[in-house]
Design a protein around this ligand. Structure first.
Ligand SMILES: NC(=O)c1ccc[n+]([C@@H]2O[C@H](COP(=O)([O-])OP(=O)(O)OC[C@H]3O[C@@H](n4cnc5c(N)ncnc54)[C@H](O)[C@@H]3O)[C@@H](O)[C@H]2O)c1
Ligand SMILES: N[C@@H](CCC=O)C(=O)O
Length: 515
């Protein structure tokens, strides 16, 4: 029996010894840059002629790796391999499947800084952000392993005198796992291992900006003993390979995390029954956010400012949970704005590998241009009070940017920017603030900073967010403590890292026997 689950501690980067260890990991990763990464199908390495290069967002000429790209025929091979492997993997005992995750978590823990360092160079994560990502990946595996063992035990049913009844959670089949790049280890590893620990086999199509981290993780699963063909690594263009995988009649489920646009496309395509398809495909889709922090008139204003700055500009605002709207009661609006401006001006923008950096580069040229466009839009919708500048001469750097006096229906208040851009909106009352907060098509995270019990209770009831935080920031969900997923166009509210999650990767079978 394993000890009760507890979260992996974060590294304290105030200690010089930890920074030295991180420097050593960065140096180690530095010796491995620029390597070639083949596809992995049924354990076989497949090198293709079409190669995509992964680069460092903070130093765009630095090559992280050269990754073979799949096409439709290799996607077919991966699905067929996963389907064949499913015939044996589905009979592997749940306890054994759980042990692969315990082993992988232990291996990852031993190489923690190395994996984090890969995220610093490939995803532009600062030390603390990368460390939290690795810790969450370990947490997902430790948590889902225990969850699999829990749900494979006899489940409570109403006993009948004349029958023996049993409920089994059995696997679904071949799953397509399509993660985003912004939690390139944690979310990718969580989605993949949740699927496999339930007895499914996986075709993993990693996000293009972070294909190398995904390759490192698949190798780690191999080292942990996960049999060939259980996880097949299939990088390739989302529009080409992704559509093929989603449409395939042998695909049983799609586990997607990413943008609203791609999530809806997958949902629509998966709904169309293909010739030879024997099931309704299941779609688990976690998508974007337009998350707000409300500040009440009696709030602790320092807490409010700290929470807003951390949630808006951590990882350059590239979190689905990021605070992109501060909705502030008019009585404290000017004071909160001044405190947030002051704290934002103290942030250091730069190379995420440096100890002193708070805000690194954004992920790539496409994101850089999109965020710049929103900054231009913002100039017509509010008052630019901080930031606004950008520089892509070395890497994709954008200053933390704040617009004040933005209307609730402005584009920068409604559309997900996914960058370090924050809109301040004035509310006439707490009720008005809540109404503004709910007035988007998303419903992922939100926070309220208030000392008013009635207002906090009102928010508990009426704030439409899958993850609502009271008197704290709206980022940083912990596995087990804050199962994660959103309402409305933020997705299917799957609650990753929670006790309901694995049921999405299984089907329940009842066996009733009379003697
Ligand atoms: N709700 C959550 O839990 C959560 C967590 C992290 C990120 N996100 C969201 O993810 C987005 C950022 O990530 P992104 O830029 O990687 O998103 P994205 O939608 O551009 O890409 C996500 C994944 O989909 C793939 N893809 C693209 N086109 C496809 C297609 N036609 N068929 C199948 N797959 C396809 C991509 O290659 C990638 O692996 C943001 O909107 C963010 O809010 C949500
Ligand atoms: N789970 C993360 C967000 C994941 C999306 O980007 C958080 O809670 O901040």
């Amino acid at each position: 029996m394993r000890a009760t689950f507890k979260n992996e501690p974060f590294t304290n980067f105030q200690l010089e010894s930890n920074n030295k260890a991180y420097d050593a990991a960065l140096a180690l990763v530095g010796t491995k840059l620029g390597r070639d990464y083949p596809l992995i199908i049924g354990g076989d390495r497949v090198t293709t002629t079409r190669i995509a290069t992964s680069t460092n967002p903070a130093s765009k000429n630095q090559i992280i790796g050269n990754v073979s790209q799949a096409n439709a025929s290799l996607a077919e091979e991966a699905i067929q391999t996963a389907a064949r492997t499913f015939d044996s993997w589905k009979h592997t005992a749940p306890d054994e499947r759980a042990r692969y995750l315990y082993r992988a978590a232990a291996l990852l823990r031993r190489r923690k800084h190395e994996f984090s360092a890969w995220m610093t160079v490939e995803a532009g994560k600062t030390r603390a952000e990368a460390d939290a990502d690795t810790a969450e990946a370990i947490d997902f595996m430790e948590f889902y392993a225990r969850e699999m063992q829990r749900i494979s035990k006899p489940q409570p049913l109403t006993p009948l005198d004349e029958e023996e009844n049993q409920l089994y959670y059995i696997p679904l089949g071949v799953g397509i796992v399509i993660p985003p790049w912004n939690f390139p280890l944690a979310i990718m590893a969580g989605m993949t291992t949740a699927a496999l620990v339930c007895g499914n086999t996986v075709v993993l199509k990693p996000a293009s900006p972070t294909m190398v981290i995904a390759a490192q993780f698949v190798e780690l699963l191999e080292e942990a003993g996960v049999p060939a063909g259980v996880v097949n690594y299939l990088p390739g263009p989302g529009s080409e390979v992704g559509d093929y995988l989603v449409d395939h009649p042998l695909t049983r489920f799609i586990s997607f995390t990413g943008s609203r646009e791609v999530g809806l496309r997958i949902n629509e395509r998966a709904a169309k029954t293909q010739p030879g398809q024997k099931w309704i495909k299941r779609v688990i889709a976690e998508m974007g956010g337009k998350d707000a922090i409300i500040v009440d008139n009696d709030a602790n204003l320092d807490l409010a400012a700290d929470s807003i700055v951390a949630a808006a500009f951590g990882f350059s605002g590239q979190k689905c949970s990021a605070c992109s709207r501060a909705i502030v009661h008019e009585a404290v609006y000017d004071e909160v704005l001044a405190k947030v401006i002051d704290r934002t001006q103290q942030l250091t923008v730069g190379d995420p590998a440096a100890v002193s950096t708070n805000v690194g580069a954004v992920i790539d040229d496409k994101a850089f241009r999109k965020i710049q466009e929103y900054i231009e839009i913002g100039k017509g919708e509010g008052q630019l009070v901080v930031g606004g500048a950008s520089d892509d001469s070395v890497g994709y750097f954008i200053e933390p940017t704040i617009f004040a006096d933005v209307a609730a229906d402005a584009r920068i208040s409604q559309e997900e920017i996914f960058g370090p851009v924050l809109a301040f909106t004035k509310a006439e009352s707490f009720e008005d603030a809540l109404q503004i907060a709910n007035n988007t098509e998303f419903g992922l995270t939100g926070a309220v900073i208030s000392n008013n019990r009635a207002h906090l209770e009102l928010a508990r009831r009426d704030f439409m967010a899958g993850n609502l935080y009271l008197n704290r920031k709206c980022t940083g969900a912990l596995v087990g403590a804050h199962p994660f997923g959103g309402f409305n166009m933020s997705g299917t509210d799957s609650k990753a890292g929670g006790r309901d999650y694995l049921l999405l990767f299984t089907q329940a079978k009842i066996v009733s026997e009379r003697y």
